[in-house]
Design a protein around this ligand. Structure first.
Ligand SMILES: [Zn+2]
Length: 335
């Protein structure tokens, strides 16, 4: 995750983003942009029975997190970044994988970017996306910053979800797992606005899928970011789709995890925004209170000892249960 250094900054960044969107839609440019109102739960008739809790091996997800962290900082164009690309791909051997490789023209020059997408087919027409970025912040490349929570934990969580989906024909929607690249900013947050300096990988995927018609099939986009904190409090993101947040909350409730979700509302600038902008229902699952006053975020203190396998399991199972609820909601609420 790479919003600003304080909640105030995030609100500002989000407001600017909304202003940019408004402009594209042709509304008055001098109309003040304001952060969205806190989302209220939406009343939905949820399916009554989705079966036993989805399986998720928390210890294995934690082991993956440790292994990713061991490669060290993984900024764009580094040897350790290449190793993590290979590490993720090696765990998807035999799966249907789309490699989205391109050169990003960033604020500090051209960089190779590699999004990895694993596709697990379902019988129902439509796609649910689970996403996580795996790169670490470029300005911190020469520091002992390993992003254990910010990027490694959620990427490991998706690897474990792949294990659970592999070899099983889903009755519901297809699930595509996206390990996206170049989410983090290229310049220090103090120098450049995050929205013009980050999200290169996921923006490229959203544009590509819009152009080839894939985007129309995407029913929901669930993003995991900073979801390994042992003290897990997933925020209610003000830029996410309220009805999809209600689905996630319902899933968490069914699993007995609701106390870990949505006690605080924040508008987040994160990987979901290119899909939000294109009308895809999105939810950002992020705990943006990592250590007192978020002090571990983008800090060498973002280390493995702050994380817990239980938190990976809470988020992983909630995402899988959300997919099962979505499978049975017919029709889905309008976007
Ligand atoms: Zn970050």
């Amino acid at each position: 995750m790479s919003p600003g250094k304080s909640v105030t900054w995030i609100v500002l960044a989000s407001a600017l983003m909304l202003l940019a969107c408004d402009r594209e839609k042709g509304s008055a440019q001098n109309q003040p942009a304001s952060p969205p109102a806190p989302a209220e739960p939406v009343n939905i008739n949820f399916p009554t029975d989705t079966g036993p809790a989805p399986a998720f091996d928390a210890a294995r997800a934690m082991q993956y997190t440790k292994e990713i962290v061991k490669f060290g900082p993984r900024p764009l164009n580094s040897a350790s970044h290449k190793k993590v690309e290979e590490y993720i791909s090696a765990h998807l051997t035999g799966d249907e994988v789309e490699n989205d490789v391109f050169t990003a023209d960033t604020n500090i020059g051209k960089f190779p970017v590699h999004n990895i997408v694993a596709k697990f087919p379902g019988k129902k027409d439509g796609i649910i996306i689970f996403a996580s970025h795996y790169d670490t912040n470029y300005p911190l490349r020469n520091t002992p910053y390993v992003g254990a929570n910010d990027g490694a934990s959620s990427s490991a969580l998706l690897l474990e979800i792949a294990n659970q989906l592999r070899g099983k024909q889903r009755d519901g929607y297809s699930i595509w797992l996206v390990w996206d690249d170049a989410e983090e900013a290229m310049k220090p947050d103090t120098e450049v606005d995050f929205m013009s300096d980050a999200l290169y990988g996921i923006t490229h995927l959203a544009e590509k899928w819009q152009a080839d018609g894939t985007l129309k099939k995407v029913k929901a986009f669930l993003l995991a970011d900073m979801t390994g904190d042992a003290d897990l409090n997933v925020d209610r993101d003000g830029n996410s789709t309220p009805w999809l947040q209600s689905v996630v909350y319902e899933a968490a409730k069914r699993l007995g995890y609701q106390s870990h979700f949505f006690s605080r509302t924040l508008p987040m600038a994160d990987d979901h925004l290119p899909f939000v902008k294109r009308g895809v229902p999105c939810v950002d699952l992020i705990d943006f209170n990592y250590g007192y006053n978020n002090v571990f975020w983008h800090s060498p203190q973002d280390t493995i000892d702050k994380l817990s396998p239980e938190s990976l399991k809470i988020v992983g199972q909630t995402m899988l249960e959300s997919a099962r609820i979505l499978d049975k909601m017919d029709p889905l609420p309008p976007k």
